[in-house]
Design a protein. Structure first.
Length: 411
């Protein structure tokens, strides 16, 4: 018996370093997966501790607050076991059996394999517990009845499905998983119907979010806005490319998620989104002023008055200060709301990788009349956006009326 116990002790002693190494590898993998899944962006309030919750997520049904997912036993997920964590991630079920609101993207995460969920959980258990409760979500009736989500989940909870990938490369398959499941890009870039569910027949064709457009990510639409695989990978890695910089809701995605992903994974995402082979990116030529509409011609003076100081008279921009108008993807969107919102609201100072910075852009809502905004939009869209369509004053006024409240605007 003594010899048997000695052998067991020796076996355990020999196995311990292997088990510790495996656990350490799982935690490191989980940290990477948590970044790819963009957990921090929704579970961290501005200026708050990472993963401690409190971020207000505005929905058509009310404001939902990101929860504390630190290992706090009182306020976070410290009491969750792996099974319960997997159920929360993929089924939208809390530990107490209550339904999570689908602001938590379990509708995409339901395709996550158990090993990835366990790794993310292993990582979250190692971070500092924050002993602070996140604000409680209180929606109006009937949206505050979590039991009602049972029917919603039966209808829409597993709507996201991966397309067949026979004959596709491994990098394409990896990109599909990163975009459709971990990155849950469709949650913002897909329009939603009345029950708040993604319209899967219009998947990745663009969606509205707090008054801004999360634009189409379809390959043909990306190429029409000037994207190729290399530029898209660069954009995800550095937050900026020849097509402009990340702003609004995408800036936290870059800051907390995509800049930390491997070049291989970013290339996989670009390959999946643009296809293999990718359609040729559309290259635009600058349109002479004489070929623009009268409104756009008037807008040239407005551009010189309020934009050219930073973006340069001929739209080339200034490195490390302001993006170029030439080739800018926002100007090429058929829907003008993002361009209008940026001009009216401005953009806060942005910090990108390395020494790249973009100075804050002031808003001009109080400096330009609706007529001047209309002319300026037409000039930017016709001159550098490759768009021949003409906006009229009523178009701009309608978009202004549809703007979100100031407290819901993100820069």
């Amino acid at each position: 018996m003594k010899h048997l116990l000695s052998r067991l002790a020796l076996a355990v002693g020999l196995a311990a370093p292997v088990l510790l190494a495996h656990a350490d590898d799982q935690v490191k993998r989980g940290e990477y997966l948590a970044r790819a899944a963009d957990c921090m962006a929704c579970h961290t309030a501005p200026g708050g501790a990472p993963f401690a919750g409190g971020l207000p997520i505005v929905s058509p049904f009310g404001t939902i607050y990101g929860t504390n997912i630190t290992p706090s036993k009182a306020h976070g997920i410290g009491l969750y076991n792996d099974d319960e964590f997997f159920a929360a991630l993929t089924e939208g079920k809390r530990r107490d059996g209550a339904n999570l609101y689908p602001a938590m993207p379990y509708t995409s995460y339901h395709l996550m394999p158990r090993a990835d969920s366990d790794a993310i959980h292993a990582y979250l258990k190692t971070i500092e517990p924050i002993e602070r409760a996140a604000p409680v979500t209180r929606l109006s009736f009937p949206f505050n009845v979590r039991l009602g989500l049972m029917g919603w989940n039966l209808l829409y909870g597993k709507d996201v499905k991966l397309a067949p990938t026979e004959g596709k490369s491994e990098i394409f398959k990896r990109g599909e998983y990163l975009v459709e499941v971990l990155g849950h890009c469709g949650e913002c870039h897909t329009p939603r119907g009345l029950p708040g569910a993604m319209q899967q027949d219009k998947r990745l064709t663009g969606g509205l979010l707090n008054g801004y457009l999360a634009p189409s990510l379809l390959a043909t639409d990306l190429a029409a806005r000037g994207w190729n695989q290399q530029d898209l990978s660069t954009f995800l890695k550095h937050g900026m490319s020849a097509q402009g910089t990340m702003f609004n809701e995408m800036f936290p995605v870059f800051h907390n998620s995509t800049q930390g992903l491997s070049d291989t994974d970013l290339a996989a995402m670009a390959t999946y989104l643009l296809g293999d082979p990718a359609p040729a990116a559309t290259v635009l030529s600058e349109v002479p002023l004489d070929n623009m509409s009268p409104s756009a011609q008037r807008g040239r003076q407005d551009y010189l008055n309020v934009c050219a100081g930073c973006h340069a008279p001929n739209g080339e921009g200034k490195p490390h200060i302001a993006v170029a108008m030439r080739g800018n993807t926002t100007l090429r969107l058929e829907d003008p709301r993002n361009l209008l919102r940026v001009i009216e609201d401005g953009i806060g100072e942005q910090t990108f990788t390395g020494f790249e910075r973009m100075q804050p852009m002031p808003g001009f809502a109080d400096k330009l009349t609706p007529a001047q905004l209309t002319d300026l939009l037409n000039y930017l869209r016709q001159g550098w956006g490759g768009l021949s369509s003409e906006l009229v004053l009523s178009d701009v006024q309608m978009l202004q009326a549809d703007a979100p409240p100031a407290e819901h605007k993100a820069h």
